[in-house]
Ligand binder design. Structure first.
Ligand code: 5GP
Ligand code: ZN
Length: 115
């Protein structure tokens, strides 16, 4: 989708601080970090949210996405100290970029429940 920010980052049209990339997915630092480490794991293929992935593609897409995420967790050291994964989905959750992504937040104490 050519008006989608994350598709444009995937295509190299918009620069991003990329932590990890493979054929399925990539992980970048969030431009407006909400924690000392704030990563976004993004599949290269465009789906608005997790429930939009056809079931026949679910394990490939989510497996590829979480594999890339785990590489970035190890690269940044979040895997050692703790982190939170978030996937805002739809309007009431406050999703602002309608291309599936998982936030990984860490580097500080995180409160619960989230807002
Ligand atoms: P959402 O609100 O959809 O859960 O999360 C979208 C995230 O993407 C936000 O945290 C926002 O700061 C981040 N974001 C939006 N545009 C860009 C961009 O051009 N580059 C990067 N690195 N992050 C972005
Ligand atoms: Zn997209």
């Amino acid at each position: 989708m050519n008006n989608c920010i994350f598709c444009r980052i995937a295509a190299g049209e918009i620069p991003a601080d990329k932590i990890y990339e493979d054929e399925n997915a990539f992980v970048i630092r969030d431009i407006n970090p909400q924690a000392p480490v704030h990563l976004l794991a993004i599949p290269k293929k465009h789906y608005p949210a997790v429930h939009d992935i056809p079931l026949s593609e679910m394990s490939t897409v989510m497996g590829g996405l979480t594999s890339a995420l785990c590489k970035a967790l190890a690269i940044t050291g979040l895997d050692k100290n703790g982190y939170r994964l978030v996937a805002n989905s739809g309007g009431t959750a406050g999703q602002t970029v309608p291309h599936l992504h998982i936030h990984a937040l860490g580097g500080r104490d995180l409160t619960w429940p989230p807002g």
